[in-house]
Design a protein around this ligand. Structure first.
Ligand SMILES: Cc1ncc(C[n+]2csc(CCOP(=O)(O)OP(=O)(O)O)c2C)c(N)n1
Ligand SMILES: [Mg+2]
Length: 333
């Protein structure tokens, strides 16, 4: 049934356990956000990454602070995976002054340059050019750093992807194109708007391509390993298409404005099962191979939940930004 195998010799059980814990952190943060948004606990909308955790975490696990990531409107998972501070992210989403951007950016703008996180981005494919710039800077610095653009199947249909692949190939930039194909763009199935296979778009540019099961942390880790090594060794860009599924709506709250259903509930439930959900798959692997007992898993779940609860408490108890700070960080005219 479960396809996670112990076949990579450069990925240890300890690595996999660390990856699992980070994935759990994303899941539990977002479960909170999904619940809290119903009660109007914070301003703005949230797009949840639940179900896609096995993409950001195994890739970012191989990165350093000097590597760059650029992300999407669904960016909490990328932020946490790259080592962003969970408390500061939570406070940012709650619009508090202790947030990573002083509470002025919110969910779609979590960023931390010190951690190499250029930011989430409300513009579909908007992070693409930023990541190319970071890749160019790394190349010019010659520091072996890589740059990752996370983008969706919908973003893959934006012209800037072609421009980015063109220049990254031509200039041999240390860029990783990580397409998270979660089968939907808002309320439209990918098959209705996407011609051919996304991963094949890398071919005419001579960019090596990898197609993986994005719900299998080991598969993603392996492809990411090849791509990161290529970038570090000045061998140029790589393209990964990771197949996954968006377990939640496009945006929390969508049921309040949608007049039709756009996907079958059975389909959604299927992706939450032990065979498909990326976290349950890892847990099954650990138990089947005697790496963890059920009790161990419960203990880890509790540890992670406690950390999330602390972050939420911090966010709730933090002050709102002061009105006098409204014009701070603006360009003087
Ligand atoms: C340039 C631009 N066009 C349209 C939108 C509205 N919009 C927000 S998310 C989205 C769908 C994105 O789909 P995908 O890239 O597959 O990402 P996913 O939501 O599945 O993670 C659209 C059309 C936008 N934010 N920016
Ligand atoms: Mg999508």
């Amino acid at each position: 049934m479960m396809s996670i195998k112990n076949y990579v010799n450069n990925l240890s059980d300890e690595d996999l356990k660390r990856i699992y814990k980070k994935m759990l952190m994303i899941r539990k943060c977002e479960e909170h956000l999904g619940e809290a948004t119903k009660n109007g606990a914070f301003p703005g909308a949230v797009h949840l990454y639940i179900g896609q955790e096995a993409i950001a975490v195994p890739l970012c696990d191989q990165l350093n602070d000097s590597d760059w990531i650029s992300s999407t409107h669904r960016g909490h998972g990328h932020f946490i995976a790259k080592g962003g501070d969970v408390k500061k992210m939570m406070a940012e989403i709650y619009g508090k002054s202790t947030g990573i951007c002083g509470g002025k950016g919110g969910s779609m703008h979590v960023a931390d340059f010190k951690k190499g996180i250029i930011g989430a981005n409300g513009v579909v494919a908007g992070g693409m050019g930023l990541a190319v710039g970071a890749a160019l800077a790394s190349k010019m610095d010659g520091n072996g750093a890589v740059s990752i653009i996370f983008f969706g199947d919908g973003a893959a249909n934006q012209g800037v992807l072609m421009e980015a692949m063109n220049i990254c190939s031509l200039w041999n930039l240390p860029m990783i194109f990580m397409c998270e194909n979660n089968q939907y763009s808002e309320f439209t199935h990918t098959s209705e708007v996407t011609s051919g296979k996304i991963v094949d778009r890398a071919e005419p540019f001579g960019i090596p391509k990898y197609e993986v099961d994005g719900n299998n942390a080991v598969d993603v880790w392996q492809a990411a390993y090849q791509a990161v090594q290529r970038g570090r060794n000045d061998e140029g860009p790589s393209f990964i298409e990771a197949h996954t599924y968006r377990q939640r709506g496009h945006v929390e709250f969508e049921y309040t404005f949608l007049s039709r259903t756009y996907r079958d509930q059975n389909e959604v439930e299927l992706w939450k099962t032990n065979d498909k959900d990326p976290i349950l798959r890892l847990e099954s692997y650990f138990i089947e191979h005697n790496k963890y007992s059920g009790d161990d898993i419960e203990k880890i779940q509790k540890e992670v939940q406690d950390e999330v609860d602390d972050a939420v408490k911090f966010a709730i108890e933090s002050p709102e930004p002061d009105i006098t700070s409204a014009m701070e960080h603006m360009i003087e005219r």
